[in-house]
Ligand binder design. Structure first.
Ligand code: FES
Length: 232
């Protein structure tokens, strides 16, 4: 559903800024279209592949869509009993081998998250003066949830753990060749990310809905259907 919603924006509503104080997260960061680009390419197209690719290759979403769409493995014990168990796991083969580039989508997503924080902060200063509206609160909650989703990612934990493929390598103890402080820092950040990683699936859903809510809310303001309620 999220993918379909994004596609509609990319092809049918490519110009989202409209000179409004609030910028929908679907249009951040704002990029210009080089003149040599073919006519069918829109500005959101240059950015939206990042969050879409990030979610499509996310370990949690993979589990969900492998199970529900490909029955690999079947998600229901009754269905599983009716099928011969697979001789080998073949989830990450053929086209799905592309899922292994998840970490690169993470790196690109961190840049997008930085822009979303910037846009959320800007929204508190419409016209240069500080102000709080329902819209700014929605954007702030959205970026907190998107950040929780991004930084609870398994690949992020792997990254802050020092890109090691074994957990005990991040033990925090100094080794004979030194590096104790770095190892302790790695261990601390690894453990911190592990805490939010436990609820990664929740952040995946909360952030998905907050993105949709933020976009719809700003779209309704731009259409003149509602006005952004001023709190302060
Ligand atoms: S595992 Fe879900 S975003 Fe990385």
């Amino acid at each position: 559903m999220f993918g379909l919603y994004s596609m509609i924006i990319v092809f049918f509503f490519p110009n989202g800024e409209g000179g409004q104080a609030l910028l929908s997260p679907f249009y951040s960061p704002q990029v210009g279209l080089p003149g040599w680009m073919p006519g069918f390419v829109t500005a959101p197209m240059l950015v939206l592949w990042i969050p879409l690719g990030f979610r499509a290759t996310c370990y949690y979403y993979r589990k969900a869509y492998y199970r529900s769409f490909f029955w690999d493995p079947p998600n229901c014990s009754e269905t599983a009993q009716q099928h011969e168990p697979r001789k080998q796991y073949n989830g990450e083969t053929a086209l799905f081998v592309l899922n292994n580039i998840h970490r690169y989508f993470l790196y690109a997503s961190i840049i997008v998250v930085a822009f979303l924080w910037y846009e959320a902060a800007l929204a508190f200063f419409p016209g240069g003066a500080f102000g709080i509206t329902v819209g700014t609160i929605i954007l702030l909650v959205n970026i907190v949830l998107v950040s929780a989703y991004t930084f609870s990612c398994h690949s992020f934990r792997h990254l802050v753990g020092g890109n090691k493929d074994c957990n005990s390598c991040v033990n925090g103890r100094p080794s004979s060749n030194g590096g104790g402080a770095i190892k302790r820092l790695r261990r601390k950040t690894y453990n911190g990310v592990s805490k939010i990683n436990k609820t990664h699936a929740n952040w995946a859903w909360y952030s998905l809905f907050s993105l949709l809510i933020a976009d719809i809310y700003i779209r309704l303001i731009q259409a003149g259907i509602i006005t952004d309620f001023q709190i302060l």
